[in-house]
Design a protein around this ligand. Structure first.
Ligand code: SF4
Ligand code: SF4
Length: 262
């Protein structure tokens, strides 16, 4: 994969951040592993610092507030102001399951350009809620995409890949490394998996390194542009790829984990 530069910044498809790590749903095979993570919400000032540094080297087409469920953040207007102040992207989007979006303050809608509403067959958002969110988006000129989802792709393998060839293959075929770039806690990652996989699976695999620290690029590196470009264009898998199926996983009917899962 080769990336173009414009005005000294790398042009990318999108960049996202996990505004809240936790979620009000418990989807099986949740990509960022939210059902298994403790409650956590990003500090707006810390996000602004991270994005201001990143904005000198990266120009994503759109910046996405994701999670977990972003509407669980206690001060989304402050998060959105931090994103705008950084100048990272001209389009700002939020991805939500919708259960809290219909009653969010106007101050959130006023600060958004786009919303992606994921409606899951295993926990369907009532049609009246979808209608209310549609109405509010129209009122505030927020472009709404409603995605109805009845299947999930398995992302976590039953056991880690045991050969370098298998890991290289998973990484080479993975589309997420181009579409799902993440900024989290002072680091840039090619996908959303590294910060959370060790937190959740480290209990099962004591030899697993601290993937969130091994993978990614730290934003205080002196040559951020060069480091990012090398990281994005390299063919070497991430350490996290050993514990991930990328785009290779089987498609399964959408389902929720029981509340008592541990
Ligand atoms: S709604 Fe999204 S973030 Fe929440 S558990 Fe489901 S897939 Fe994960
Ligand atoms: S860890 Fe590797 S295989 Fe998994 S999503 Fe990221 S780049 Fe793709």
């Amino acid at each position: 994969m080769r990336y173009e530069l414009q005005d000294g910044r790398i042009l990318t498809w999108s960049l996202e951040t996990h505004v809240a790590a936790h979620c009000n749903l418990r989807c099986v095979q949740c990509c960022p592993l939210s059902p298994h993570l403790p409650a956590w919400a990003v500090e707006p000032s810390a996000l602004r610092d991270d994005l201001s540094r990143l904005a000198r080297a990266l120009r994503p087409n759109v910046f996405k507030l994701t999670g977990g469920e972003p509407f669980l953040h206690p001060d989304l207007p402050a998060v959105l102001d931090a994103v705008r102040a950084s100048g990272i992207a001209s389009q700002v989007s939020i991805t939500t399951n919708g259960f809290l979006a219909q009653s969010a303050p106007d101050a959130v809608y006023e600060r958004l350009d786009r919303m992606t509403l994921s409606v899951y067959s295993s926990a369907p958002l009532p049609e009246r809620s979808i209608a209310r969110i549609t109405e509010r988006c129209e009122q505030h000129q927020v472009h709404l995409s409603v995605k109805r989802i009845d299947a999930f792709q398995q992302l976590t393998p039953d056991t880690p890949h045991d050969t370098d060839e298998a890991i290289r293959g998973v990484h080479a075929r993975c589309w997420l490394k181009v579409r799902c770039h993440l900024v989290h806690a002072g680091r840039f990652y090619a996908c959303t998996r590294p910060p959370h996989v060790a937190t959740v699976l480290g209990r099962e695999y004591p030899d697993m390194p601290a993937l969130g620290e091994v993978d990614g690029v730290t934003l205080d590196t002196p040559d951020l542009l060069g480091q990012l470009l090398g990281y994005l264009e390299r063919e070497t898998p991430l350490a996290t790829c050993r514990y991930c199926l990328g785009g290779d996983g089987a498609w399964l009917p959408h389902a929720q984990l029981p509340r008592a899962w541990s």
